[in-house]
Design a protein around this ligand. Structure first.
Ligand SMILES: [Zn+2]
Length: 293
């Protein structure tokens, strides 16, 4: 299992507390409904189990640390990556690698938006782990769309996908191929940060999100207005909302710090070069694919 402190859900939403929320957003005091208690269940890795189809005995491989952290950037446990994927041919390993870093880059896009708009990330951070756990265990419906959207970006930027292996929020990436679903999803994620919770009365569906709901979901106008005035949130175009370009975040995909955890310096350089090579592909849009509906 990954050490707690390296799990992405904890790190990416850690209590950076750099900014207070701006005035004008009525952060209500009411709590989300309490999640059902899960007793006597063994701990398990929460965050996507690194790669999929690799069982439950895997450490976290990729994670993101938000801006303001001393170790801000995308992290990769290269030792674990090597251990899990050593049997795979090089091209598949590269695609898995690209998938991982692309997914984490989406967290940076959202993180950038929060920082630029001075949105306090702490409130959602407090809820993240418990909610994610509940969604994984199916004791809660799905509300964490940030992960679905990160998966979409990873699929967009790579050539392979593992939908059948993924569970919960990770399995909901496909509808985001629609630019309108992407925009609606972006609004939801932005509002979840602004409100500091995942389940928002009058906004999120009472029974959570599904592929079918996402395809037709429309954020009511009064909610849209709370986001539309924010910076770094394009309102139209193919990538409206949290745009999916390599430079969408404050730091572009190539410049965001990339921390490779492995004792072998040569191997760290190797993975760093993989990231550089991938960035060139992204610039040339070579890895872009369209998966039919
Ligand atoms: Zn993620």
């Amino acid at each position: 299992m990954a050490p707690q402190q390296t799990r992405q859900q904890r790190t990416s939403k850690s209590k950076v507390g750099l900014f207070k929320p701006k005035g004008g957003f009525d952060l209500e005091e009411e709590d989300e409904e309490p999640l059902r208690e899960e007793k006597n269940l063994p701990p398990e890795p929460l965050f996507g189990r690194g790669g999929c189809c690799s069982g439950d005995s895997q450490k976290q491989i990729f994670w993101y640390r938000p801006m303001g952290s001393t170790d801000f950037g995308i992290h990769m446990n290269a030792e674990e990556f090597e251990r899990v994927y050593r049997e795979n041919p090089p091209d598949i390993k590269k695609d898995i690698f690209r998938h991982g870093v692309s997914h984490e880059y989406f967290h940076h896009i959202v993180d950038s938006w929060c920082v630029i708009n001075e949105v306090n990330r702490d409130n959602l951070a407090k809820r993240y782990e418990k909610q994610m756990h509940a969604e994984e265990r199916k004791t809660s419906e799905i509300y964490i769309l940030e992960e679905s959207m990160g998966e979409y970006l990873a699929h967009k930027w790579t050539r392979r996908y593992w939908e059948d292996c993924r569970r919960g929020t990770y399995s909901l990436w496909r509808p985001f191929y629609s630019s309108s679903v992407w925009f609606q999803g972006s609004l939801i994620v932005a509002l979840q940060y602004l409100k500091g919770k995942y389940k928002i009365s009058g906004l999120t569906p009472p029974n959570g999100f599904s592929k079918e709901i996402l395809e037709h979901f429309e954020v009511p106008k009064k909610w849209t207005e709370k986001v539309s005035s924010c910076k770094l949130f394009p309102l139209d175009g193919n990538d409206a909302g949290f745009a999916t370009h390599h430079e969408s975040g404050v730091w572009n995909f190539d410049n965001i710090p990339f921390h490779i955890h492995h004792p072998d310096r040569e191997l760290r350089k190797w993975y760093s070069s993989w990231r550089g090579e991938f960035y060139q592909l992204v610039l040339r849009k070579e890895p872009l694919i369209r998966i039919s509906e």
